[in-house]
Design a binder for this molecule. Structure first.
Ligand SMILES: [Zn+2]
Ligand SMILES: [Zn+2]
Length: 247
């Protein structure tokens, strides 16, 4: 497995890291070490987790007393091409802050935290013998150049380390420059990503059970578009893991 590239920090962040090397990156008060992603124990324990009851398909938490499995309206409406999606954190409060700093400000020092969350939350439910490959959602090459890294690929490698399942970051390709999803409605999102992904090569015959990884899952339209391409290519089982769940 390829090692992750060394952390790249912006000038200000490097300076802060020199001045305050062991300080929690969320509260700025407690001690935070590199091995724990520069988060103190209280801040880690306060991260917004996703707790049941939740939609069995997309992992959307549901306020109420539901005991049996259920699918939310969004899932029934969209006909998602994956079996199940789960996320490490809720994309709100400090969860959203982590995602934002990681994605847009290249806060790579959070990665040990994300890896440990994958070990804690994802790995216990993932039998390495039951899955063949971890596949990140690709960025369009233009966006990749602008942002300089694909956060989904980094996250896929962290999940790979946590589970021992190999990662293939070149299988899926972004076919066209889709508009950013954040300003679009649910249906428009679904239309926007339709046809946005292709396979770089045929799916290996011994790699049909796949785990898709992305940074944030909101409606599931993006990951579902990826899953559909993989299904059409012969994938038999597809689940999704993301860093955060938009609520
Ligand atoms: Zn803290
Ligand atoms: Zn759902």
């Amino acid at each position: 497995m390829n090692p992750l590239p060394p952390p790249i920090r912006s000038g200000l962040e490097s300076l802060l890291a020199l001045l305050f090397p062991e300080v929690c990156q969320l509260c700025g008060e407690e001690r935070g070490e590199a091995a724990s992603g520069y988060l103190c124990t209280p801040c880690r324990s306060r991260l917004p987790r996703i707790a049941p009851p939740m939609c069995d398909r997309c992992g959307l938490p549901y306020p109420g007393d539901i005991t049996g499995p259920f699918d939310c309206l969004n899932c029934r409406d969209l006909d998602l091409a994956f079996t199940q999606a789960r996320s490490l954190l809720a994309a709100k409060g400090t969860g959203l802050e982590l995602v934002h700093r990681y994605k847009y400000h290249r806060a790579f020092w959070f990665e040990p935290l994300f890896e440990s969350l994958f070990r804690e939350k994802a790995a216990p439910g993932i039998d390495p013998a039951a899955w063949d490959l971890i596949v990140p959602v690709p960025l369009h090459p233009v966006k990749h150049r602008e942002r300089e890294f694909n956060q989904a690929e980094h996250l896929a490698r962290l999940l790979g380390r946590a589970t021992g399942i190999p990662v293939d970051a070149t299988l899926l390709r972004r076919a066209e420059h889709t508009a950013t999803q954040t300003t679009l409605t649910r249906r428009a999102r679904s239309r926007n990503v339709h046809g946005a992904f292709t396979l770089a090569r045929s799916l290996p015959a011994d790699s049909t059970r796949l785990i898709l990884v992305d940074d944030v899952l909101t409606t599931g339209a993006t990951t579902s578009a990826c899953a559909r391409v993989l299904r059409d290519a012969g994938a038999t089982q597809i689940i999704v893991w993301t860093l955060a769940r938009g609520l």
